[in-house]
Ligand binder design. Structure first.
Ligand code: UDP
Length: 425
């Protein structure tokens, strides 16, 4: 897409986009921001990502690639407060953002905020700087509360999300399902929401060969290997994956690898360990811990199946990474799963999320079943590059900027930005 170079302020207040993936508050959203910003930078757009400082050890400004800077601001002083606990310090964050911007005499063309906390800061920027504001919630508090049938997310988040959804200039969602959530839970008109999905780094995520990957990781070449990748959060449904694994164990030499989490001593890990013990599968479960993103292709390639047993995902990036590595995915009906999986070929989206159903679906992709070759599975996701995501996002930016321009001048311009839609996903 040809759009004259834009200067973009991206906001990721609570989570640093180069933080440790798989830990408490750092996951797909960080990858999304980082990869999108880098792709935009490569195309000549200037992107500054603002996040809160996480201690004195981090540099104030970090170069993330061509035309992309990560700027740490002092709100919260890096203390590990809970997310909603950051809300009172957001005004300070905005004050610092404003000071940083004016000290460099920067003028942004638009502000793109991620998650509700950043959305609040983005709204102040929208008002003060008089520039368009795009907001991506990544997850919604109201959906989490509905799923768990109780108030797991504070009222502050629910009301702020509704207000921001009404006040920002454009809402973006990573999947059609999340768009429907916005309509249903935040009362947003469908046309106010654009869908720009996640992508995958196809250079990094590729099959390395099952035998080689298993040798590298010290895994038994003959075991059936199930894999889970992600944060250890209740809404990820790891407990039902453990139960499904217990079903499968009856007739299988099996290993379940759990990648991610904040270490063995956290309550989440301890609970999963004791559930594994109760189910009689503790010797079958490997708590791998956190793995660097660049090493993930070995884990995906070593596995027979990636399981995504979540209650809720706004997209479900790990499924895309797994498919790019040639490994089938068994998943619940979350995020963009129906769009990226070819049912019963590259994986299975289960009709119900009960452990026996998950077990039956995984069985169909384990050794002894007819499974597509890794390269064929990978071929099914070759359109999902970050470059395509950046094209779709720039298209959104261009449409919004033109709409705003028309609102100011009262008519269409002769030089509407040229938008090539051929690379859009
Ligand atoms: N991830 C990682 N190391 C880990 C665990 C997770 O690099 O130990 C990465 C994983 O490869 C993916 C992201 O974290 O890129 C998780 O994204 P997803 O959308 O699946 O989950 P979210 O965290 O957003 O709920």
């Amino acid at each position: 897409m040809e759009v004259s170079p834009l200067r973009i302020a991206m906001l990721s207040v609570h989570s640093c986009p180069v933080g440790k993936l798989g830990t408490k508050d750092t996951g797909g959203m960080s990858v999304y921001i980082r990869e999108l910003a880098r792709e935009m930078g490569r195309r000549g757009h200037l992107v500054d990502i603002y996040t809160r400082s996480h201690g004195s050890a981090c540099d104030k400004v970090v170069d993330l690639g061509t035309n992309v800077r990560l700027v740490h601001l002092g709100a919260g002083d890096g203390e590990a407060v809970n997310k909603a606990g950051l809300f009172p310090s957001l005004e300070d964050f905005f004050r610092e953002l404003e000071a940083s911007r004016s000290s460099e005499a920067l003028r942004y063309d638009l502000v793109h905020s991620h998650y509700w906390l950043s959305g609040q800061v983005g709204w102040w920027a929208q008002e003060r700087w008089r520039i368009p504001h795009l907001l991506m919630f990544h997850t919604l508090g109201a959906v989490k509360n509905a799923l768990f049938h109780r108030q797991v997310e504070p009222e502050l988040r629910i009301t702020t999300e509704k207000q921001l959804a009404a006040d920002c200039d454009r809402i973006l969602a990573a999947s059609e399902r999340e768009k429907e959530h916005l309509v249903r839970f935040c009362g947003v008109p469908r046309e106010a929401v654009g869908v720009v999905p996640c992508g995958v780094d196809l250079g990094r995520f590729r099959p390395v060969g099952k035998a080689r990957a298993r040798e590298q990781l010290g895994l038994d070449p003959d075991e059936s290997v199930l894999l889970y990748v992600g944060r250890f959060a209740a809404l990820k449904g790891i407990d039902r994956l453990l139960e499904a694994t217990a079903h499968l164990k009856r007739n299988r030499d099996l290993r379940l690898m759990l990648v991610g989490g904040d270490g063995e001593q956290t309550p989440e890990s301890r609970e999963l360990t004791s559930l594994s013990r109760r189910l009689g599968i503790l010797d079958r479960v490997t708590f791998v811990g956190r793995v660097d993103h660049e090493d993930m292709p070995f884990y995906y390639s070593a596995a027979d199946v990636l399981a995504l047993p979540s209650h809720y995902e706004s997209f479900g990036l790990v499924a895309l990474e797994s498919l790019a590595c040639g490994t089938p995915v068994v998943t619940t009906q979350v995020g963009a799963m129906e769009r990226i999986i070819r049912q019963d070929e590259t994986g299975c989206v289960v009709q119900d999320a009960s452990p026996p159903t998950l077990a039956e679906a995984m069985e169909a992709f384990l050794p002894g079943s007819k499974v597509l070759p890794a390269e064929e599975i990978r071929a099914s996701v070759l359109d999902w590059s970050w470059s395509g995501v950046a094209s779709a996002m720039i298209h959104e930016y261009a449409l919004l900027l033109e709409k705003k321009r028309q609102e100011c001048t009262g008519g269409p311009s002769a030089d509407v930005p040229i938008v090539q839609t051929d690379t859009l996903i």
